[in-house]
Design a protein around this ligand. Structure first.
Ligand SMILES: CC(C)(COP(=O)(O)OP(=O)(O)OC[C@H]1O[C@@H](n2cnc3c(N)ncnc32)[C@H](O)[C@@H]1OP(=O)(O)O)[C@@H](O)C(=O)NCCC(=O)NCCS
Length: 144
């Protein structure tokens, strides 16, 4: 499995499993999309360096149903953290059990929610995580 920047040629594969509205053309054109590739793209993450009140933000993340529970979401998020980190924000709908489970297991901290933004009626919940060396420094600082 390889993670690499997405290209226009990945759009067809992405459309095959993308549950989100619109398409990822703009993110791809602007270099803000990575794919996990297993022959073809089987997962993607898109991001904005200033997407959450000026801070790095994961905008969309989706893994093909055939490739879930293999660590691909974790891998793609780590790849974004390497590029934009160490501190990332992310959000998901309050009813998204898979994503909420992932965020909990991976140590993301809930920082707030916005109501009345999703068509489903559920709130959008925001999380933050500090990756890598700085996270370790902060943990050490917290116990000293
Ligand atoms: C949510 C989503 C991105 C997870 O992708 P994934 O590649 O399957 O996640 P990972 O394999 O990296 O999971 C890492 C950990 O998160 C937790 N997790 C992930 N999916 C889970 C699920 N459906 N139920 C319970 N825990 C889950 C598990 O602890 C998992 O580790 P494990 O498989 O070793 O137990 C995927 O289900 C998806 O694309 N859903 C549709 C789109 C979406 O909801 N995107 C997120 C909104 S931004």
């Amino acid at each position: 499995m390889r993670v690499r920047p997405a290209g226009a040629a990945d759009l067809t594969a992405i459309r095959g499993f993308d549950p989100f509205g619109g398409d990822r053309m703009r993110e791809i054109a602007e270099g803000r999309c990575l794919v996990a590739e297993d022959g073809a793209a089987v997962g993607y993450v898109s991001f904005r360096a200033d997407g959450c009140v000026g801070h790095p933000f994961v905008t969309y993340l989706a893994i093909a149903p055939s490739h879930r529970r293999r660590g691909l979401a974790r891998l793609l998020i780590s790849a974004v953290a390497e590029r934009l980190g160490p501190r990332l924000f992310i959000s998901t709908e309050r009813g998204n059990r898979a994503m909420l489970a992932l965020l909990s297991v991976e140590g993301w901290r809930e920082v707030g929610e916005i109501r009345d933004v999703n068509r489903s009626g559920s709130a959008e919940v925001f999380f933050v995580k500090t990756f890598g060396a700085r996270a370790a420094d902060e943990a050490t600082a917290a116990v000293v």
